[in-house]
Design a protein around this ligand. Structure first.
Ligand code: ADP
Length: 395
């Protein structure tokens, strides 16, 4: 089955083409509506690369040029040849709690919850509409970052604000990175030969954005991100949990608008706000040079993560595995070591040698005696989207 996966942003579209769950091609349409727009395409089987540098005014033009590149490279004769197209959608809101085939009603709903994800949902929507125009015969599937968390119990997902804010505006914890948490936890269960329906795990997706998820019997029961992807862990440039009263205080003392405050907490905070670097490779280099702020940022990041893992150990009746994924989770042996050392009294025993080995494969980095397994599972959100798309179009 040929499935195209689209991850549409406001000025770019990342895409991957799968044939029976094997990646055939990957690419990027970038700088849409800006100077220097281009499409790049890579045949992942032969390694051949193709590129077109042309003026791309909108998403529609971008996909048209991609289709031309597909034809010229011989990878696909036409987009209409696809069996389906899976779209990554950041926010499904309260109504769209499950991945689904896209029809007019679903388009309307995605548009309606754009207010919750103003940077992402309108762009995701543009990607879907473009695909519908380019290949009207192809079925489109919406895969929501929020869907995996939609069955969280009410007492975990509600905020203690006046209840009418939930009734009027659906303000509650939605959680994100759901496709990744679902993918790595399923992989972890099969890696450990356990039945997913009775598998309990704590999954830590640590990239530029970072979140932790508590999984009980194969379902998300709590997660650190909230109404937006700002809550929870300290991230590259996002502050994560803070006392909400700090925001009006800063607004007043610095004379900042709510928009400026939003930028401050999302783009100028996190480990970047503490030490001026958001990439953990730079932070580690800085620490080696004796940079105390970089050391503080790393310690703050790990401390917050340890606290979340501890709280999820408390809410789960039993924990089978701790899973690390995302750029930092998969590659950052120092973060994994600092976190697991502090958790050793709770049943985690890290094998330092295995932790230091570099690999792109899923692996167990705990000692045989570790009560709770510590796993590194490389995430693959596109593959998960492909699997969901295949399932929904053949239903
Ligand atoms: P995104 O959230 O944008 O998808 P990724 O999951 O790709 O990001 O993670 C990117 C981050 O992974 C980088 O900013 C960097 O902090 C971290 N990272 C990548 N490689 C390493 C490494 N070898 N050691 C430590 N951190 C790394």
């Amino acid at each position: 089955m040929k499935i195209l996966v689209l991850n549409s942003g406001s000025s770019s579209i990342k895409f991957k083409l799968f044939d029976n769950e094997v990646v055939k091609a990957s690419g990027l349409i970038e700088k849409i509506g800006e100077n220097g727009s281009r499409v790049e395409l890579k045949n992942t089987l032969t390694g051949e690369e193709f590129e077109k540098k042309v003026d791309i005014k909108n998403h529609e033009e971008g996909l048209k040029i991609t289709n031309e590149l597909f034809k010229e490279s011989g990878i696909l004769t036409d987009l209409s040849e696809l069996d389906g197209c899976g779209h990554r959608i950041v926010h499904g809101g309260k109504e769209l709690s499950e991945h689904c085939l896209i029809d007019d009603k679903v388009l309307e709903q995605i548009d309606k919850v754009s207010i919750f994800a103003p940077l992402h949902n309108p762009a995701n929507l543009a990607g879907i509409k473009t695909m519908i125009k380019a290949a009207p015969n192809v079925k489109n599937v919406a895969v929501f970052d929020t869907a995996f968390h939609s069955q969280m119990p009410e007492f975990a997902s509600m905020y203690a604000l006046p209840y009418e804010y939930y009734e009027k505006y659906n303000i509650k914890k939605y959680g994100f990175h759901g496709t990744s948490h679902a993918y790595v936890s399923k992989k972890a269960a099969s890696f450990l030969n356990k039945d997913y329906n009775s598998f309990n795990a704590i999954s830590a997706h640590l990239g530029n954005g970072a979140s932790v998820c508590a999984i009980e019997n194969g379902k998300s029961v709590d997660t650190s991100m909230g109404f937006t992807p700002l809550e929870g862990l300290i991230m590259g440039t996002r502050c994560g949990d803070i006392d909400a009263a700090i925001l009006p205080f800063i607004a007043q003392t610095q004379n900042l608008s709510m928009q400026e405050i939003d930028t401050l907490v999302n783009k100028k905070s996190g480990v970047y706000g503490i030490c001026g670097f958001n990439d953990f490779r730079d932070i580690e280099n800085q620490i080696e040079k004796g940079d105390k702020r970089a050391e503080l940022a790393l310690n703050m990041f790990c401390y917050r993560l340890i606290k979340y893992i501890g709280s999820y150990l408390a809410i789960l009746p039993r924990t089978d595995a701790l899973i690390f994924t995302g750029g930092i989770g998969e590659n950052g042996n120092l973060v994994r070591k600092l976190v697991c050392e502090k958790l050793s009294h709770l049943g985690f025993e890290l094998d330092e040698k295995l932790n230091d080995e570099r690999s792109k494969k899923e692996r167990d980095i705990s000692k045989n005696s570790s009560k709770i397994k510590i796993l590194v599972i490389p995430t693959d959100e596109e593959l998960e989207i492909t699997k969901i798309t295949q399932k929904l179009i053949t239903k």
